[in-house]
Design a protein around this ligand. Sequence first.
Ligand SMILES: Cc1ncc(COP(=O)(O)O)c(C=O)c1O
Length: 380
Amino acid sequence: MSQTFETKIVHSSLQETNKIRSKTTPIYQTSAFTFDTLEDLEGFYHGETPYLYSRSGNPNTDELGQMVAELEEAPAGVATSSGLSAILTGILSVVSVGEHIVAADDIYGGTYHMLKEELKELGIETTFVSFADSQAIQGAIQDNTKLLYSETVTNPFLRVENIDELVNIRKKYHLNTMVDNTFATPYLLKPFEKGIDIVAHSATKYLGGHSDVTAGVIVGREDLMVKARQKVVNLGSNLSSFEAWLTCRGIKTLALRMERQVKNAQQLAETLKNNINVKAVYYPITLSEKGNGAIVTIELQPECNIHRFFSSLGWIKIVPTLAGVETTVSYPLGTSHRALSEEEQQNIGINKQVVRISVGIEASADIINQFEAAIKGSIS
Ligand SMILES: Cc1ncc(COP(=O)(O)O)c(C=O)c1O
């Protein structure tokens, strides 16, 4: 019988094969698996037993890959040591030396840097263009282009990617597509269903949900996930079993957390739109029928002193990340986008008054009151 998202999310796939019948999946905290005979060992290489060595496969990391694949309605998934390694693994499953990527110019700063510097040094070139402009994307495609790369919701200005248009361009030019779905999560969007080839997650964020793991996952086309798994094994970018287990535990409450966080974010965005000291509020309006995400980005008016704003936030802490159950703030100019040149920062709208808010599960009125107090406190 088919299950809805909210049911699927709490029934992980390993439970059925767990013969001891523990209610939760055990943590397979082992670097390797044992064999009694050389025939048994040989059996591993013929697919008769699933595990040999944890870098090349572990029940907990497999559970995480499968769980996210099921939620994204994709055939397969692979867990990795971080969101960035998930993105790298996905890219290397599609693109080789001498080939080319077209990427959105407003993606997460760490991914931008990886494409612009690290992959360039390895012989993979990227052209960055505005993905709001379909002609610009098509104009950047070269004979050796293999991949279109973007994010379903960009950071920090929350532009919602036009997935249908990306898929049209993919078909027209016979390319592959990859999107980072970290901000939306499969609770709000499932890009694989719409025709995207690889979907990446920083599971460090909403999937884990409690700011206690660093992890990544990619899901997508079966043939690409076979390659991705080989990359993880050969490059050593596997996730530890304990972090995979924690992430699976976190995922079970994803729907509940997102429901509450999205509602709180919507209310905060609406309130801040009416605050005369807030110059702009960035919050999507049509992300999905389940809501518009739990991140709100604001630009304070020039009269607001940004240092006073941050130090007037009381229980709301400054962090260089997002998506925990607690409401937090980050400063893109000082963290995620600090490696960009001033011109690159200006091009995408990052300036010293921009603040990204990750809205948590607290009482909505408390969140709103604390932000209004901090904005008031920032006026000289
Ligand atoms: C949208 C997005 N993708 C990827 C990453 C990288 O993830 P990780 O820090 O888990 O490597 C981040 C980190 O902030 C992010 O915000």
